[in-house]
Structures are given as C-alpha cells and as structure tokens.
Write a protein that binds this ligand. Sequence first.
Ligand SMILES: Cc1cc2nc3c(=O)[nH]c(=O)nc-3n(C[C@H](O)[C@H](O)[C@H](O)COP(=O)(O)OP(=O)(O)OC[C@H]3O[C@@H](n4cnc5c(N)ncnc54)[C@H](O)[C@@H]3O)c2cc1C
Length: 280
Amino acid sequence: MKPAAFEYHMPRTVEEAVAILARVAPLDGRVLAGGQTLVPAMALRLARPSHLVDINRVAGFDRLDVRDGMLEIGPCVRHAALDRSAAPGPLGRLLGLVQPHIAHHPIRTRGTFCGSLANADAASEWCLTAVALDARIEARSGRGTRSIPADAFLLGYMTTSLEPDELLVRARLPLLPDDARVGFYEYARRAGDFAQVMALVTYAVRGGVVAAPRIALGGLESRPRRMAGAEAAIVGRVPDALAFRSAADAAADALGPTEDPDYARTLATTAVLRALAAAA
Ligand SMILES: Cc1cc2nc3c(=O)[nH]c(=O)nc-3n(C[C@H](O)[C@H](O)[C@H](O)COP(=O)(O)OP(=O)(O)OC[C@H]3O[C@@H](n4cnc5c(N)ncnc54)[C@H](O)[C@@H]3O)c2cc1C
C-alpha cells in the first residue's frame, strides 16, 4: 500500500517548525523525525496525517552536547549516535550497552532518540533509559517551552503528555557519577524485535554496600518505570546474590496485572537479576 495524500512542510528554524505545527496540529498534522515508526504506519494506512512537518532540516536539531552535567539530545539525533562515545564515563558505557538492542542497524541510523520518546512504545529502550535516569524532556509550542520529567512525560502505552501542537525540542540525560556501575538486560524473541522484557540498573558501591540504586523495568507493563521496592530491597546491602535476588523478587511483586502473571514474573526476575549481575 501507499500512504494517503498529505501536505509536506520542511521548516528550517525551530520558530518556523513550531508555527507550522500550531497551524496544522488541529488538522491531524504530525511531526516527521526519523520516520521509522510513522512512515510504515502511513504505508499501512494505520496513520493518515493530513500534514507532515519534517524537522530534519531544522538548524541545530542534530546537536548532541554535554553541558552542565547533562547530555543534551536534539530531536534529530539518531539512535546510532548514542554509543559509548556520546557521553563521558558510566553514561556513555550505558548508552553503548543499550543502543545495539534497538531494531536493526539501518533503522538505528535513521530513527531518533526523541522520536522514540514521542512514540512512547512500552518496549522502547530509550523510554526505559529516560525513566531510569530521570531525564528531562523539553517541549516547545507557541505558548513557550516546558521541561517535563520523563516519568510524567510517559503516561502509558503510546501515550505522552505532549500536546498535539508541542514539538519535543530536546531531551536531557544526567551524567552518572564516576563510581556508578551500569547494567542492561533485554530478552526479545528474535534479534531486532521489540523486547519482551528489559531491565536497566545503575548503582554505586560505597563502604562495601549498595548506594543510589536505580532499577527500571520495561516491556511488561504499559510503560517502563522505576521499581521503588526493588531499589529499597538492595540499598545499603552488600551487592551479593542474596541482595540481587531480593531486588528481583521485589520488582516482580510490584508488577501490575498482566495476561500471564507467572510468565511475567519469570521475565521480570530474570531481567533484573541479569542486569544487576552485569553491573556487578
Ligand atoms: C522493524 C522495526 C523494528 C523496531 N524495533 C525497535 C526496538 O527494538 N526498540 C525501539 O525502541 N524501537 C524500535 N523501532 C522503532 C524505531 O526505534 C523508531 O525510530 C522510533 O520508534 C521512532 O523514532 P523516529 O525518529 O523514527 O520517529 P518517527 O517515526 O518520525 O515518529 C514517530 C512518532 O513520534 C512523533 N514525533 C517524532 N519526533 C517528534 C518530535 N520531535 N516532537 C513531537 N513528536 C515527534 C511523530 O509525529 C510520530 O507520531 C523499530 C522500528 C522498526 C521499523
């Protein structure tokens, strides 16, 4: 199939992009970033936007910078750019662990970090990363710019707090402290498929015990989230197999209703245990 007819817009500045979006959003206008989700949906006519605002020529939108302790990611930064070299220290290591799990290489050279956040798939690796690290997401419209914490941005399955006329103009990920250990585990049925489950963890070991743990789980519920019970189960403990097991069990205990609770529990405990072990 071919996409339904649409009007194409190619702004060169952020002001122009925001102005066009304000005009076409009420007419089912959509932003086009990497096109790796939107274009296949249009080809299948699951999406039929009447206007496309292509942001790929907007000056500065491909910028990837470290500033004031944050990695700043512009809306046209591709998945592939977010490898180990993107950020110093443990954050760069973590991005290098996560990124190869997203789709296949050609998709990673085109799809964008911010597009993944805007799309809010429950099994998106970048949504999990954003929630785990408390990313800030900047949205711009004719009303100004607002900065939204990742947890308040991702509301549910393919649902965000972005208004139709708001353009996601930047995501900001905090750098991790030098002593942070990082681990990521994902299970997908085939290489390149969306995850059935994924877990991302970071923690430090200070005075022989776990400090500042972050444990986030994705793929099993309608959106990825930090597992507070799992973090509480491990903080202040020696990072050994017993402590890891307590955290994994606490994460599984906190899962909401799923179609197959036993299977979901097995996936959750396995993912958290393996991510913690990888970080250790
Ligand atoms: C075969 C295949 C396998 C895949 N596997 C994975 C996977 O394992 N993990 C994963 O996370 N993803 C996967 N994806 C999706 C891929 O990562 C996409 O790149 C991503 O979901 C969307 O980014 P994009 O830049 O391509 O956005 P687009 O397709 O251009 O847009 C997606 C949506 O976000 C909106 N949007 C995009 N940018 C903005 C913005 N700046 N402001 C406001 N709205 C915006 C668009 O309007 C649209 O509604 C896969 C895709 C394919 C085709």
